[in-house]
Design a protein around this ligand. Structure first.
Ligand code: ATP
Ligand code: MG
Length: 596
């Protein structure tokens, strides 16, 4: 499975086309690993036409929003003969864990498949980039900025710093420490590095313009003191770079050409450019510098994508884990039975634009349906079984009926379903008192048992509570599907069934959306409320169903369509050999848009 072309053109492609047509990258050099100007300048020309990157912070599992970014970045790199770097933005020491690093690699690989152009994903031996590997460079660049009068150590309290930053309508005020000498700044910064100062006592700030209309240019912070343990560097560092300082440098060291981010970073672009230009001016970075381009983030109804809230769902036990099939995470979607191809179709369909909007969950579900409709073999499962006895069929007899594996693909052949006297049918395919327009089985009525015979209901049996325990019927022997008499008797209803003697029991989980409202955590008047109040109490139902015997052979991750019920996958965690557990990925039709 490859990330197929994001066929439609878009504004990002237009920018790349123009850059390539204008030979903007003709002079790029690449030594094969991230590096400064000095390390790249004698390297051969970069053979990658463009370089993009996907830079997750390893502080959680990836969600559906990330899928858009992954498919966009890897897709562009592939389409333009470029390379996409998977880079962990692990500059924040406290929240990062190896579990998340591994989970992210897995998710990217699953979503991208083997054919995307990221060597890190294609080939496990190739590098995966870690922003924290650039700490030494980031530190040196900070000293350079200090030496050139472009950065200073500020010792204001956090409150003063915030108050003096000003607002959209008011200019900021200069810190009383803004004019420290280069020597003093360097000395203090080195002391900060060496752990000689308390957290919060000083920060290193760029020296730009406290009255800039863009608040991001009012002397942004570059480094703060943190006596923290880093997952890859242990206790080496007592200062850590701010994301806004680290990120542009990471892009530049990796020779990224187009750095795609979501729209909320638009106001940061002047800072991104300021910083990289300063470092290029002092000879630390080679031009051409990376270009930041913002695109609309994916906002999808009926889910949340905030990592903090996802974590809360997991930690408070509202779901079974990050990979709960109802979670809007990539591991969750995978377990749910969603396909990488369905995500790719989705990202293609929604496109990329410059303005944020909401996409309805049904669009993603439809894409998943489309892909599975094409790919999945059809099988029968009876989810809510009711016994049906064919009273004029020999109790010891049985026979084969042929059912196509895929109605649109006759080349996939047919399979045998065994017919016998005692069958399972769906409880709701029978109605003693049928509502108007009910074409399935009713007392005295006729229906076709799919791929088998027309039957006529003769009576029902009930238990003491009045619940129907068995339906009795007679079959019409001349009406077998595929025989010359198949059309002799016309009936409107067509129901599925399994032979009670042959079917096997299986655990089936019927998943639905995790939240029952389109904007969890937002009241009708758009007020903020607890997103947990919007959890859908019916998002998971576990039933014991009967399925075709051959399904016992299904391997974890195998997908099928259970006719009339939807697309199901053998759970990758709970299935055991010979005993798959089935998860419903999505129903056959969208039941939400008509309901709400
Ligand atoms: P948080 O800010 O909660 O830590 P995040 O979702 O921004 O999380 P990152 O790991 O920083 O997570 O994101 C990695 C990349 O994924 C970034 O480039 C970001 O722009 C992109 N991304 C995150 N959410 C979305 C989204 N909803 N739509 C498109 N891209 C997204
Ligand atoms: Mg982020």
């Amino acid at each position: 499975m490859s990330i197929d072309s994001l066929a439609a053109t878009n504004f990002i492609r237009n920018i790349i086309d123009a850059d390539l047509a204008g030979n903007a990258y003709a002079t790029r050099r690449w030594s094969g690993k991230p590096g400064t100007a000095a390390e790249q300048q004698h390297a051969p020309a970069d053979t990658a036409k463009i370089r993009t990157r996907f830079p997750p912070e390893p502080n959680g599992y990836l969600h559906f929003g990330h899928a858009k970014s992954i498919l966009l970045n890897f897709g562009l790199a592939r389409d333009y003969g470029g390379v996409c770097h998977l880079r962990f933005d692990d500059t924040n020491p406290e929240k990062e864990e190896q579990e998340f690093v591994d989970g992210i690699i897995d998710a990217v690989r699953w979503l991208g498949g083997r054919n995307c152009t990221n060597p890190a994903v294609d080939n496990p031996a190739s590098p995966i980039y870690f922003a924290s590997d650039y700490f030494d460079w980031m530190y040196r660049f900070a000293e350079h900025l200090i030496e050139h009068g472009d950065a200073y150590v500020d010792s204001q309290s956090a409150d003063d710093m915030r108050a003096n930053r000003g607002s959209l309508t008011e200019p900021g005020k200069s810190s009383p420490f803004r004019n420290r000498s280069v020597t003093e700044n360097l000395q203090m910064f080195r002391e900060m590095r060496d752990g000689k100062h308390a957290e919060g006592s000083h920060v290193l700030r760029a020296k730009i313009d406290m009255s800039s209309p863009n608040i991001n240019l009012r002397d942004p912070a570059l480094y703060r003191i943190k006596h923290a343990h880093h997952h890859r560097h242990g206790d080496k560092w007592h200062i850590y770079p701010m994301y806004a300082y680290a990120h542009p440098i990471e892009d530049a060291l990796e020779n990224i050409t187009h750095s795609l981010c979501t729209l909320e970073f638009e106001d940061q672009r002047p800072w991104y450019d300021w910083l990289l230009n300063k470092l290029a001016e002092v000879g630390e970075l080679l031009r051409p510098l990376p270009k930041q381009i913002e695109f609309s983030r994916l906002n999808l109804t009926y889910i949340i994508t905030s990592k903090r809230f996802l974590k809360q769902l997991v930690e408070q036990g509202h779901v079974s884990g990050w990979d709960d099939p109802r979670m809007p995470t990539i591991v969750g979607a995978r377990r749910r039975g969603f396909t990488p191809k369905g995500f790719q179709l989705f990202v293609e369909r929604i496109g990329v634009s410059k303005s944020d909007s909401w996409i309805d969950m049904s669009v993603l579900e439809d894409c998943q349906r489309e892909v599975m409709n094409e790919a999945c073999l059809r099988r029968v499962a009876v989810l809510d079984p009711l016994k049906l006895e064919i009273t004029n069929y020999d109790a010891l007899a049985s026979e084969s009926c042929l059912a196509p594996n895929h109605p649109q693909k006759p080349e996939l052949g047919k399979r045998e379903l065994t017919f016998s006297r005692e069958l399972w049918i769906e409880r709701d395919d029978f109605a003693e008192v049928p509502p108007k327009g009910f074409f399935r089985l009713t007392p005295g009525g006729m229906v076709r048992l799919r791929f088998a015979y027309v039957i006529k209901c003769t009576s029902v049996e009930k238990d003491a509570a009045g619940r129907i325990t068995k339906v009795l019927a007679e079959y019409l022997p001349e009406t077998k599907s595929g025989s010359s008499g198949a059309d002799a008797v016309k009936v409107k209803g067509n129901i599925h069934w399994l032979s009670a003697r042959h079917a096997v029991a299986a655990e089936v989980r019927l998943f639905d959306r995790l939240f029952s409202v389109p904007y969890p955590g937002r009241g009708v008047d758009n007020s903020t409320q607890n997103f947990l109040d919007d959890l859908n109490p019916a998002s998971k139902q576990v039933v014991t169903a009967y399925v075709e015997p051959s399904l016992s052979l299904a391997a974890a991750d195998d997908r099928v369509q259970f006719e009339r019920h939807g697309y199901f996958v053998a759970d990758r965690v709970d299935s055991t050999p010979g005993k798959p557990v089935w998860n419903r990925a999505v129903t056959l039709r969208d039941s939400w848009s008509t309901q709400k």
